[in-house]
Design a protein around this ligand. Structure first.
Ligand code: PBG
Length: 323
């Protein structure tokens, strides 16, 4: 049957009808809200390239998570922005480091909120790369795995529910799984940044995390934007190595990868709406060029429609408030 009997507009006639037939919904329990933690007390420092997002010291971070939890946030992703850096990421593996302390404080104050932590060394390295360097300035894969595993273990000991390696070294999921299991943390989950592209959309984050590479770029470890079959291989390998959840990053520039991964794999699939995606919407809305609320909803819906189960977004709290 076709027109005039078939009229697709029939099911669009009013909001109740549209809701009835809506294929995608955004469930607040599947949103993860990222936060940046800095050393010190009573510090709230706005991040210029990410309006509405602040650097927070642990005391204010706890207040923020408690308030967000009361509004419906159920999972947070913590990034440490330490003041001390070296060329081995030494502060990343300390049991009483910035992030472990933040995890403990959040877990104590708001025990029900899931705490996810980013596992990567770039913010802890003077050179800003995600792994250790050899004399020629190449990023050394296998030596980095030990440090990442130690970092993940420190976070697990502090009470992290999920560790999320974002470095893109080969073999890091297996290394972290082995280390965690060897220390009795077999219940700490791993969400791997499995298909993480070398994207220009991380720019604002690097201001926020003070993690820009001092030389070169991340193209020898993060994925080439031109590749999609390779993205599926990355995800397959991480699943084989023991990833509980795999992630695609960035989100809107990689909707095709999300859709393919959803078809191919049966593990929970996450997508990260990154800092540049956030900043674009914020900047256009500030100029009056976009309706911010509508753009937030549409972007999250598109990511969900492509097939992501879980969405990591700086808009998570705003979105839940607007419900
Ligand atoms: C650390 C890391 C980055 C992001 C998450 N973890 C930056 C990068 O890889 O350069 C990006 C997050 C964002 O842009 O919101 N490696």
């Amino acid at each position: 049957m076709s027109f005039p009997q078939t009229r697709l507009r029939r099911l669009r006639s009013n909001p109740f009808m549209r809701d009835l037939v809506a294929e995608s919904t955004i469930d607040p329990s599947k949103l993860i809200w990222p936060l940046f933690v800095v050393p010190g007390k009573n510090i709230r420092e706005p991040i210029p390239s990410m309006p509405g997002i602040d650097h927070l010291s642990i005391d204010l971070l706890v207040q923020e998570v408690r308030a967000a939890a009361a509004e419906g946030i159920r999972a947070v992703l913590l990034f440490g922005v330490p003041s001390e850096k070296d060329d081995r990421g030494t502060t990343a593996v300390k049991a009483d480091g910035l992030v472990p302390q933040a995890i403990e404080a959040v877990k104590e104050a708001v025990p029900n909120v899931l705490v996810v932590t980013d596992i990567c060394l770039c913010g802890y390295m003077t050179h800003g790369h995600c792994g250790v360097l050899d004399n020629q300035g190449h990023i050394v894969n296998d030596a980095t795995l030990e440090i990442l595993s130690a970092m993940a273990l420190a976070h697990a000991k502090a009470g992290a529910d999920i560790v999320a390696p974002s470095d893109m070294m080969d073999g890091r999921v297996a290394a972290i799984r082995t280390t965690l299991d060897g220390s009795g943390f077999e219940n700490t989950a791993i969400m791997s940044y499995a298909a993480k592209f070398a994207s220009s959309f991380y720019g604002p984050f690097r201001d926020a995390a003070h993690s820009s590479p001092a030389f070169g770029d991340r193209k020898s470890y993060q994925m080439d934007v031109r590749n999609s079959r390779e993205a599926l291989r990355e995800m397959e390998l991480d699943i084989d190595e023991g990833a509980d959840i795999v992630m695609v990053k960035p989100a809107m520039p990689a909707l095709d990868i999300i859709a393919k991964a959803r078809d191919r794999f049966d593990v929970p699939l996450a997508a990260y709406q990154v800092s540049g995606e956030y900043a674009m919407i914020k900047a256009a809305a500030a100029k009056g060029w976009l309706d911010e609320k509508a753009a937030i909803r549409e972007s999250l819906t598109a990511i969900r429609r492509a097939g992501a189960d879980i969405i990591i977004s700086y808009f998570a709290r705003d979105f839940i408030r607007q419900q």
